[in-house]
Design a protein around this ligand. Structure first.
Ligand SMILES: [Zn+2]
Length: 97
């Protein structure tokens, strides 16, 4: 369960987006939906633990970015996260826009 309902994934941005940002957001969401951008579950990179609790499901742009806290060591990290291939394409094509 997320920290509060404002952290629930609903696709809505927290900040106002310009036209280019809206276009890029839609492009990213389409790629996720079509399985072009894949996600993978990852253990905690500090302690290797796989006990975690979900804190948030979205970022300020309203994109799906699940953030968890490791229940063994307290590290807060993104999980599941995009695969390396997806990150490469995302940073190449959409991130700066
Ligand atoms: Zn940990």
């Amino acid at each position: 369960m997320v920290l509060s309902k404002r952290f629930k994934y609903d696709g809505k941005p927290i900040i106002s987006l310009n036209e280019l940002q809206i276009r890029m957001k839609k492009q990213i969401e389409k790629k996720i939906k079509e399985g072009i951008y894949l996600f993978e579950n990852v253990p905690c990179c500090v302690c290797g633990g796989e006990n975690f609790e979900l804190l948030s499901e979205k970022d300020r742009y309203g994109l799906y970015v699940p953030v968890v806290i490791c229940k063994d060591c307290g590290l807060i990290y993104t999980n599941p996260r995009m695969t390396q291939d997806a990150f490469n394409q995302f940073y190449e094509l959409e991130y700066r826009k």
